[in-house]
Design a protein around this ligand. Structure first.
Ligand code: PMP
Length: 414
């Protein structure tokens, strides 16, 4: 009787390439930082979250100055209650795509809240803001079309451009003339999409949208603005930099997220384009993924409706931003912008080594900020990114400044 063949292990060859070898540099950089006994800035655990501005992190009570919880909605009692109710009434998840079994009453209500918030005709909710950019950009700008975008655009914008395979034409950050020059060179009759952000999240600076949108229109381009970091805060009604600059009626698409001011997770696009609804059938990152859980869309809709009446919170958040910016500048820190332009204040560090050292001093002294480094940051900068919350009290901003002073002196940064 013959024996069945035994499976033989496949032979490895000396010349085989390990597909992980491309990560060797970043592995070495990380090991270098951690070998000095440092706390890992990219592996922080929130053991308990006490409020939008406080948590227990690495065993210590910590002031949070590195979340995107700009409007402090995560513990709003109405928002929390809406989530609990939806969980009880509709269960934990939809288990399906929006175009099959995954559209519940709550998704429609959430889109209705967005249409009212922006006073626009159409709103489409995605499972994340990343997918909203990926989906809308790749679907509307394809082969043969041109995308003109700021070089400091978010990764989700770049990935959307790559997925759609349009010609990508970047221009220098916030440079109006450079943008016009690029637009001028695009062949006549080609499809053109200009992609901008209201607030750029690394330095916290805003785009000159009034000028840029006018130029885009002059050259017959459609305009998409990502307002992820301004929704709820900037503009009289919190509609973003487009509202503040008076160009909301001139842009074709606004992209946003629920993971910042709205306080949960999800993404969206709003538009007045008469054919916009066809996106629901042709946009792959909308069609081929599960829809948001009912509890998430319920919290989002409640939060968005409350943000319509958030002018007191908006005013307090501006106060916080001004106080922190002035305080840090007076302590001698180098900041990303001359004046505060958003809820993000970036503190520029001399290099990654010193930035990691300062980050660790801050966390040991009870303050969490984001350590940001290339490739996420522009011009190879290392930043300590501070993002304020409308729930930070004036006293807390004072405490934050004291911790910055103490840590800056301990590390020799100031
Ligand atoms: N756009 C910008 C400008 C962002 O900063 C982010 C997230 N940091 C996103 C889109 C993606 O948002 P989300 O977290 O909902 O995926």
């Amino acid at each position: 009787i013959s024996q069945p063949d035994q499976p033989q292990p496949l032979e490895a060859h000396a010349g085989d390439k390990d597909l992980f070898s491309k990560f060797d540099d970043i592995i070495a950089l990380r090991e270098g930082l951690l070998s000095q006994g440092r706390e890992d800035p990219f592996n922080l655990v929130m053991e308990k979250v006490l409020s939008p501005t406080r948590a227990i992190c690495n065993g210590r009570e910590t002031i949070l100055l590195g979340t995107y919880n700009y409007m402090g909605m995560t513990f709003d009692p109405d928002v929390v209650e809406a989530g609990k109710q939806a969980l009880a009434d509709f269960g934990t998840g939809t288990t399906g795509s929006r175009v099959l079994n995954g559209t519940y009453q709550g998704h429609k209500e959430c889109e209705e809240a967005l249409r009212e918030f922006y006073e626009m005709d159409h709103a489409m909710v995605f499972s994340t803001g990343y997918q909203a950019n990926l989906g809308i950009i790749s679907t509307i700008a394809g082969k043969g079309d041109y995308i003109i975008l700021d070089i400091d655009s978010h990764a989700s914008i770049w990935d959307g451009c790559a997925m759609g395979q349009a010609e990508v034409v970047p221009f220098k950050h916030n440079d109006i003339e450079a943008m016009e020059k690029r637009l001028k060179r695009i062949p006549e009759g080609a499809g053109k999409l200009v992609v901008l952000e209201g607030v750029y999240s690394m330095l916290g600076d805003i785009a000159p949208l009034k000028e840029m949108v006018a130029i885009a229109k002059k050259y017959g381009a459609m305009v998409l603005v990502d307002e992820a970091h301004s929704m709820g805060f900037i503009g009289e009604n919190g509609r973003g930099v487009v509202e503040d600059a008076g160009v909301i009626d001139d842009v074709d698409f606004i992209i946003g997220t629920f993971s910042k001011s709205v306080g949960t997770v999800g993404g969206f696009c709003v538009s007045n384009h008469p054919k916009f609804e066809i996106m629901r059938l042709v946009c792959r990152p909308y069609v081929f993924t599960a829809s948001l859980p009912p509890s998430v869309v319920a919290t989002a809709a409640t939060s968005i409706r409350k943000l319509m009446h958030g002018s007191n919170k908006r005013a307090h958040l501006w106060e916080n931003s001004k106080n922190l910016h002035a305080g840090l500048r007076d302590l001698g820190f180098k900041l990303g912008t001359e004046e505060p332009q958003s809820a993000i204040i970036a503190v520029i560090m001399p290099d990654l080594e010193k930035g990691a050292h300062m980050w660790e001093a801050l966390i040991r002294n009870g303050l969490y900020v984001n350590l940001a480094r290339p490739p996420a940051t522009p011009a190879g900068m290392t930043l300590l990114r501070c993002s304020l919350c409308a729930e930070h009290s004036e006293e807390e901003v004072g405490q934050i400044l004291e911790i910055f002073e103490k840590s800056g002196k301990e590390t020799g940064i100031i």
